[in-house]
Design a protein around this ligand. Structure first.
Ligand code: SF4
Length: 285
């Protein structure tokens, strides 16, 4: 069986940077206790490794409700946060380790900038995703999130409003284009800044090709990882024999029966050690 590993599989630059910062934390110099706001990445293995370092996960509400002194340091994940977190941390004298991906910061800044210029923002992305919430919060009241076609149909902006479309960095290019073309019909002067991360683009383009060229596809990623889910959706739409796994033990032998070639890809939050495990398993099969 021919096995092809995607050249873009695994940690993207932003996630690798966040993981390295946390992994190399100088514990002696870090104000304790240390918390991370949500999961550093959408991968349980990585979350477990972080916990082994004594870094606990905290959710947004608990962070906001924490008494002064309860949190020494807060790690902000690569997905970024809205302005309220920075303000609260300052008020409560909490040190921040900010691993927000520079490309996410760019979209947050664009949201701020366009609001200042009087635009309404249409943010294309999953409304429950941390990155989208963070960009949305920087956009304030002038932002609306479009996650699906229903949201798009419900969007009701004034005909004379200046509108800019921004997107989640891991958004599907096809859906972004669909939103743009539909909005152009209703608001001819709508503008767009394609803020999809190049890594995501390359990964999505490559999986289209690999799914068409191979008899089976294995997508590795966390169930909560937006970009991994998207890779799976794209591959599955092209090649019915596509499976989505988070760990090597979820790969069933029967899945590959009869397949002469398999392509393997992994979302941006999948660590190298999991990809290597899957590759070894496939080679043994
Ligand atoms: S996908 Fe791109 S924007 Fe998102 S964290 Fe990774 S490098 Fe940053």
């Amino acid at each position: 069986m021919k096995i092809t590993l995607s050249q873009f599989a695994g940690f993207c630059d932003g996630v690798r940077r966040a993981f390295d910062i946390v992994n190399n934390l100088d514990e002696a110099k870090t104000k304790k206790p240390v918390f991370v706001l949500g999961s550093l990445v959408h991968n349980q293995d990585v979350v477990d490794r972080i916990e082994e370092k004594g870094i606990r996960k905290i959710d947004m509400q608990k962070f906001l409700d924490a008494e002064p002194g309860e949190i020494g340091t807060l790690i902000i994940t690569a997905h970024g946060v809205g302005p309220q977190i920075y303000e609260t941390a300052k008020e409560k004298n909490i040190e921040l380790i900010d691993t927000t991906c520079p490309r996410v910061i760019k979209v947050q800044r664009l949201a701020q900038l366009y609001v200042k210029k009087g635009y309404s923002i249409v943010l294309v992305g999953d409304k429950d995703h941390k990155e989208v919430r963070s960009i949305f919060e920087w956009g304030g009241e002038k932002a609306a999130i479009v996650s699906d076609e229903d949201d798009l149909a419900r969007l009701n902006l004034g005909q004379t409003e200046k509108i800019i479309i921004l997107s989640q960095t891991t958004q599907s290019k096809d859906f972004l284009e669909l939103v743009h073309s539909r909005l152009r019909e209703r608001y001819p002067s709508v503008e767009i800044m394609d803020t999809i991360c190049l890594t995501t683009d390359q990964r999505q383009d490559e999986i289209k090709k690999l799914a068409a060229e191979n008899e089976a596809v294995v997508v590795i990623g966390g169930k909560e990882s937006a970009n991994s889910n998207r890779l799976f959706e794209i591959a599955k739409s092209i090649n019915e024999k596509t499976v989505f796994i988070e760990r090597v033990d979820q790969l069933e032998d029967s899945f590959l029966q009869g397949a002469q070639s398999v392509a393997v890809t992994a979302g941006a939050s999948t660590p190298d050690w999991i990809i290597e495990g899957v590759m070894k398993r496939l080679e043994r099969l």
